[in-house]
Ligand binder design. Structure first.
Ligand code: C2G
Length: 131
């Protein structure tokens, strides 16, 4: 039973997110998604359209997702890997080499998947004129 973990904001859930979740889940048998809380986002100066509960509920409805947990801070990742017996952490390529994920080497495998071009939450907002 290979257990996978990924992190994200997943605001205005779109097909780029779904492709990431689909490919992450295909690397194992169980996918845990840690979704950022309002407090964590505020600390990054990030404002989401959907609140945590809504983003969590939408992710729980995705067939590739087995468990959704809160992402409260940058420091929880090693604890998450241990607590959920994670074999592989998966992130999109925009995170490749980021020390906040590279710190996991020695605790879990890390896989960076190609980011899906042509879609993003900010592009959706721009296209809808919300800037
Ligand atoms: N993603 C992707 N293709 C896109 C958009 C996003 O593959 N077109 C991936 C990202 O690389 C990430 C995941 O989908 O792995 C979630 O993306 P975001 O919701 O933008 O999350 P992010 O703000 O990158 O995560 O600890 C990480 C934080 O939670 C921030």
């Amino acid at each position: 039973m290979k257990r996978i973990l990924t992190y994200g904001t997943f605001d205005l859930l779109h097909w780029g997110h779904i492709r990431l979740l689909q490919r992450a889940r295909a690397l194992g048998d169980y996918l845990v998604v840690a979704v950022s809380t309002e407090e964590f986002n505020a600390g990054k100066g990030k404002q989401t359209y959907h609140d945590y509960e809504t983003r969590k509920m939408m992710l729980e409805a995705v067939r590739y997702v087995d468990l959704v947990i809160p992402e409260n801070d940058w420091e929880q990742k090693i604890g998450d890997v241990e607590r959920y017996a994670i074999d592989t952490v998966v992130m999109g390529g925009d995170w490749e080499g980021d020390p906040r994920f590279e710190v996991l080497r020695g605790h879990s495998e890390i896989v960076y998947l190609d980011r899906t071009e042509g879609v993003s939450t900010s592009k959706i907002k721009e296209d809808l004129g919300e800037g």
